[in-house]
Ligand binder design. Structure first.
Ligand SMILES: CC(=O)SCCNC(=O)CCNC(=O)[C@H](O)C(C)(C)COP(=O)(O)OP(=O)(O)OC[C@H]1O[C@@H](n2cnc3c(N)ncnc32)[C@H](O)[C@@H]1OP(=O)(O)O
Ligand SMILES: N[C@@H](CCO)C(=O)O
Length: 402
């Protein structure tokens, strides 16, 4: 069991782990006391994981559900935009009283991924000397990220998650939980993710990494002290444009934008097509909210994703996950095609067949088609026994992020 810091702040009253007046979903964090051993053999000191919770934890922790976000997502699964949350929850429709993740019954926990930039330790965080990690930040794998999440589970006294749920990069981590820690994974929902990153997925990831690294503003990864505007913004924007094309479907782009020029602009004479303007918009939005170093670290981790590594291959590895499992893919996903989820559904012992999310939107369908994702969650959770939430659950160790 990993040691996590006892909170420096007073423990909250026994009211679902929240201080009096705290809104549900407030972002908190834990610090892992011992340096985290990484798959590479390196050790990462001072790891901090930010997380949010909804609902009340049962006295024995058996009603805890872990929700894992995708590449540029964050811990804010549900709730409105507000301080520290530039956007509303990315699966807001799924979490709350009476919703698929019914907070009258389930204690929902969502960490920001290790390597990220939205509260958890990543390349933009202070290293041991107080300066940003930058280029010194170690290479991370999906297994390392899950090891950090296991330390969070320890801190929350969750012996075993009732369910681990994730899409895309979150699906990779969910799968890694089920294969690497089946005794701590009560059930599994994987959406739009593979058992191992394919050659094409590594190719898409590597051109995005290259776009960032070849921006002069990258400065070898040590741009965090650059004057405002001095980071690798152009490279990060390019990476997002490339990625966003893969997140959507060709028919959607054709129907939505066709060959139309952006109003008031003339393509070929310095103006843009609508689709170019759309990609520019998504590039600009990401540049304003995400750290390029985290983008590189997380994309590298996804490229390294392979549940079979060191476990005798994918087939043998997946057989270790003897637990109820649901696997779903998006029918129009050209980035993580259905064939990859079909493989998972066939090889996971507790899975009775592939579920398909029908969507014209491509890979992003797992974020957009919340009714269908809610149905999948509702299908999974009744298979999981759990104690009801206690009236006075134990206090949770945490410190609040400013
Ligand atoms: C803190 C955070 O924000 S992270 C929250 C979690 N987010 C994630 O996990 C993923 C990041 N987001 C995404 O991937 C996507 O935005 C999704 C999947 C969540 C939403 O997808 P959709 O609702 O289908 O949005 P869509 O791709 O249509 O984009 C809509 C935006 O494009 C803009 N747009 C549409 N056409 C054009 C155009 N021709 N030119 C410029 N902008 C355009 C819209 O104005 C809209 O802008 P807004 O989002 O700033 O309001
Ligand atoms: N739109 C998602 C796609 C990655 O799965 C994100 O930005 O996280």
């Amino acid at each position: 069991m990993n040691r996590t810091t006892a909170p420096a702040l007073p423990l909250p009253p026994a009211s679902g782990g929240r201080r009096e007046g705290d809104p549900p979903g407030r972002r908190r964090w834990v610090t892992i006391e011992d340096p985290l051993p990484l798959e590479s053999g390196a050790r990462l000191p001072g790891v901090r994981l930010a997380y949010e919770t909804w609902g009340q934890r049962a006295a024995d922790g058996s009603n805890a559900v872990l929700v894992l976000h995708a590449l540029t997502g964050n811990s804010h699964v549900a709730g409105p935009a507000g301080p520290g949350h530039p956007a509303p929850g990315w699966w807001d429709a799924l979490v709350g009283p009476g919703r698929a993740l019914d907070t009258d019954r389930w204690f929902v926990v969502a960490p920001n991924v290790l390597g990220g930039c939205q509260g958890s330790t990543g390349p933009s965080s202070p290293g041991p000397d107080g300066a940003p990690w930058g280029s010194r930040f170690p290479y991370l794998t999906v297994r390392d990220q899950v090891a950090a999440e296991a330390a969070l589970a320890d801190a929350l006294s969750v012996e075993r998650w009732a369910a681990v749920i994730g899409g895309s990069m979150g699906g990779m981590r969910a799968l890694e939980w089920a294969v690497g820690r089946p005794e701590r994974t009560g059930s599994l929902l994987v959406l739009a993710a593979p058992a191992a990153a394919s050659a094409e997925q590594i190719a898409w990831g590597s051109v995005q990494i290259d776009a960032i690294r070849s921006d002069p503003g990258w400065r070898g990864g040590d741009y965090h002290h650059a004057p405002p505007g001095g980071g690798p913004h152009r490279g990060l924007g390019q990476a997002r444009r490339i990625a966003h094309i893969t997140y959507r479907s060709e028919p959607e782009l054709a129907v939505r934008f066709g060959r139309e020029p952006q109003p008031g602009e003339e393509p070929g004479r310095g103006g843009r097509y609508q689709v170019e303007s759309y990609l520019d918009h998504h590039a600009g939005k990401l540049v304003r909210r995400f750290d390029a170093g985290s983008y590189v670290a997380l994309t590298g981790a996804m490229n390294g994703h392979d549940v079979g590594r060191g476990r005798g291959g994918v087939e043998r590895a997946l057989r270790r996950a003897e637990l109820p499992a649901l696997v779903a893919g998006v029918d129009s996903d050209r980035l993580y095609p259905l064939s990859q989820q079909r493989q998972l559904a066939e090889l996971l012992p507790g899975c009775d067949g592939l579920r398909i999310v029908e969507s014209p939107y491509g890979h992003d369908g797992f974020l957009i088609e919340t009714d269908q994702v809610a149905s999948l969650v509702r299908e999974l959770l009744p298979t999981v026994p759990s104690a009801p939430p206690a009236v006075s659950p134990p206090s949770l160790p945490h410190q609040e992020l400013p």
